[in-house]
Structures are given as C-alpha cells and as structure tokens.
Design a protein around this ligand. Structure first.
Ligand code: FES
Length: 201
C-alpha cells in the first residue's frame, strides 16, 4: 500500500502498475485523463471504457480504473455500484433495464416486467443460454414523462405497452441492432434503422 497526495489529500492507493487492459483501452484512458482537471472527474467515462472492454465490471476492470486514475479502490467501487448502468455481473448482449419507479409503476411497469419475464423465460439477473438476453428492474431512468419505459443497453424505449415491448424484442431478435455502448461511441449502432434513440412510440 502506498500513500499518495491526490487533489491535496493523502490517500492510500494500491498502485498496480502492471494491471493492463487492451492497448486501445489504455490509449483511450490516457486521452480521457487530459480532458479533466482532476482524475475523479474522469471516473464515470473511465468505468464505461473498462466495462466496454470486459463486457461487465469485473474486479480486474475496477482495479484497473482505480489504478489508472489513482483513486482509492473503495471510491471507485462506491461509484460503480451506485449506478445501474454499470454491470456488476455478466449481462446478455441485450440487457433490458425496466424502470419500476412511480411514474412507470403507475403506467404499467409491472406488466412490462411480466412480459419480459414470460417472453425470455428468465428471472431478473439471469442471462439466457444463448447469451442474448438479461434484464433487471431499476429505479427512475429520468424519462418519467414518457412512462412506462425501458432502457436496452444505451437506448431508451418509451410509452411502452406489453405488446409494443414484445414487438420491439421480436425486432431486436430478428435484426440484432448494435445497441451496446452506442452512446459512448457516439454511433447510433449499425442496424438501428427503425430504432431511433429515445424512441417515442
Ligand atoms: S419513473 Fe420511470 S423514468 Fe422516471
């Protein structure tokens, strides 16, 4: 354990200089760190880079972020476990987050959850045998005015009914659009035709 002064504060950091992800991830984090006045500000995008690299935030990915940003591991863990968009366990290629907070709940979120559970034959947190699907219920995703809604990877689908959601899942199964991490790459995903980001049905 080594004490280092970060942003004027002494912090105990386990520096793991040999901890590496891919060269591409290393280059992206290098670039990222130059954009912010302090490393803490780069934490959220750095976690996205690590998640993109590993598909979910493995222990190694979290330690890599802490090491590269020189932040205490406990702080990186706190942030990673607070936001549901960071996956703490393996998820499917299409991970469905169903909002269950007030507006969505009043407008039928429970029916969406039942539809997904029945359609995929999965419980929350499980990944389908072919690796395609997983789902979880989450708190407000900030789209209360167009409730009920779900987020699939990076893309919001709003004003849903169980029938619309089922149709959407059928389309995704058929066309397999690239929804994963489309936000951070600023690509709306090849194959997204017919699936505009923040789709209001
Ligand atoms: S309550 Fe569902 S987005 Fe806010």
């Amino acid at each position: 354990m080594k004490m280092e002064k970060i942003n004027g504060v002494n912090r105990d950091i386990k520096v793991e200089a040999d901890l590496r992800l891919s060269d591409a991830a290393e280059a992206r984090i290098e670039d990222l760190m130059h954009r912010y006045p302090c490393s803490n500000s780069a934490l959220l995008p750095a976690l996205y880079i690590a998640q993109e690299e590993c598909s979910w935030l493995t222990d190694r990915a979290i330690r890599w972020v802490a090491s590269r940003l020189n932040l205490p591991l406990a702080h990186v863990l706190e942030v990673a476990t607070f936001y549901t968009m960071f996956y703490k366990q393996p998820v499917g290629k299409y991970h469905i987050q169903i909002c269950r907070t007030l507006s969505c709940m009043l407008c039928g979120a429970k029916k969406l959850t039942e539809q997904v559970r029945k359609r995929l034959n999965l419980s929350a947190g499980e990944v389908s045998g072919d690796g395609m699907w997983s789902f979880e219920e989450v708190e407000c995703l900030g789209s209360c005015g167009t409730a009920p809604m779900v987020e699939i990877n990076d893309t919001f689908f709003e004003n849903l009914t169980p029938e619309k959601l089922n149709d959407l899942l059928n389309k995704i199964e058929k066309f397999k659009p690239d929804l994963r991490y489309s936000g951070i790459l600023e690509e709306l995903g090849k194959g997204l035709e017919g699936f505009p980001k923040s789709s209001v049905w």
